[in-house]
Design a binder for this molecule. Structure first.
Ligand code: CTP
Length: 403
């Protein structure tokens, strides 16, 4: 998987810097090209010469030294990389990346990198668990940065706990898994819906819901990363437009219904992560509703159930629904799965802390037609999305639906 792959290895100042030498060496043996960038403090632990000998390339340390080739180096290096790996990553580089600080060569390159970024943290476990570091990790994860470790065990400062860098072997295995995962959805057409629909009452008011769109956007991105051709139909959200995904914006459940059905036939996989309003006002008032001091009764009529409509028309498609439940979670969800004829349901108990609307994390179970169920611990929405893609890929390869 690593043959000919271009890895930008950022080494920051921690005792684990010596292990980065083994990472570089393993990557080279597996056929990867490696360019090493060291922070000034990393050079206190290991010399650039060590990395130069292993990578057979010059090692980058300073922002304004005489260039090795005549080029804007931090930009050309960033463009060159298929993947960037920071190992070991100190609390300091994580903080700089989280706020976009670029005050040395490595942080500047990392700001310019558009390829996926992996981080293998290495620090004292109290530093790792400091709320600031945890917040920085959450920010970076939400941006799609992938973390490897940290591992648990003896630390150089004499304490035990999590914070030490994962072993070079594991870090390299993760990179291999990433390059493998880029292929698992190749050639698949995927439609994802996200956000919360808005049902207009008059020109200035609507009935909406608390959906942030985070889960659906993370799913669209995870499919894109896995090589799929992704269309995202998005209702209201503040999420940024994901790269390389066709984005169609809609407002109401009816608009979403029309767009989804129009594109359904050509899809291989459909994931309905949107929070769709079950009802809409019976009529839309052309003029703003004036207050009259009396009770106001708004009549609501049912919206079509998009997932159920897709279930009815299902041919070759693999159909995934979501279920936000507050009681009898699994029983209700299984009933929903069968009634709507979905192949899989992502279920979350929205009453649990860390699950559901607005949060960066989720606690989900995957549920299948045959009653099979996988329960997951608290994970970031990005991790849930990647797990979903992996699980669907495994099922479709196993059943041969893919062909
Ligand atoms: N859904 C849909 N169209 C609707 C309502 C829901 O496509 N009009 C989809 C959602 O996108 C989600 C799944 O159905 O994938 C389940 O949504 P949920 O709100 O949990 O279920 P409901 O069918 O609305 O059931 P209830 O409100 O009774 O729990």
């Amino acid at each position: 998987m690593l043959e000919g792959k271009r890895v930008l290895l950022g080494v920051t100042g921690g005792i684990a810097a010596y292990k980065a030498v083994e990472i570089a060496s393993r990557l080279r043996k597996l056929g990867a090209e490696v360019n090493v960038v060291m922070t000034a403090s990393a050079t206190e632990f290991v010399t650039p010469l060590t990395f130069r000998s292993i990578s057979s390339r010059p090692v980058y340390t300073e922002m304004f030294e005489e260039p090795k080739v005549w080029d804007v180096e931090h930009i050309s290096l960033a463009k060159w990389a298929d993947v960037a790996l920071v190992a070991p990553a100190t609390a300091n580089i994580m903080a700089k990346m989280a706020i976009g600080l670029a005050d040395d060569f490595l942080s500047t390159v990392l700001l310019a990198v558009t390829s996926p970024v992996f981080i293998a943290p290495a620090m004292n476990h109290a530093m790792y668990h400091h709320p600031a570091t945890q917040k920085n990790r959450a920010i970076l994860e939400q941006r799609g940065v992938r973390f490897i470790g940290p591992a648990t065990g003896y630390q150089a400062c004499g304490t035990e706990g999590d914070g030490r860098m994962s072993e070079p072997e594991e870090i390299v295995r993760e990179l291999e898994a990433y390059f493998r995962s880029k292929e698992i959805m190749k050639g698949q057409k995927v439609l994802v819906t996200a956000g919360g629909t808005r049902e207009l009452l008059d020109p200035v008011r609507y009935i909406g819901n608390f959906s942030s769109g985070k889960m659906g956007y993370a799913i669209a991105q995870a499919f894109e990363e896995a090589g799929a051709d992704v269309t995202l139909i998005s209702a209201s959200t503040a999420q940024v437009e994901p790269a390389n995904v066709k984005l169609i914006r809609v407002q109401s459940a009816l608009e979403m219904y029309e767009q989804v059905l129009a594109l359904y036939e050509e899809q291989d996989i459909v994931v309905k992560a949107a929070a769709v309003a079950d009802y809409r006002p019976a009529d839309f008032k052309e003029q703003k509703i004036k207050k009259k001091g009396e009770n106001l009764v708004i009549e609501l009529v049912p919206n079509p159930d998009i997932l159920a409509a897709l279930g009815e028309r299902k041919k070759h498609q693999f159909l995934v629904g979501f279920a936000a439940e507050t009681q009898d979670v699994v029983a209700n969800a299984l009933e929903k799965l069968r009634r709507k004829n979905a192949d899989m349901l992502v279920v979350n108990d929205v009453t649990k802390p860390g699950a559901g609307f607005g949060s960066d994390t989720n606690i989900v179970s995957f549920l299948f037609q045959d009653g099979r169920r996988i329960d997951y611990p608290l994970m970031s929405k990005t991790e849930v999305a990647r797990e979903l893609v992996r699980e669907i890929a495994a099922i479709r390869q196993g059943t041969g639906i893919k062909e």
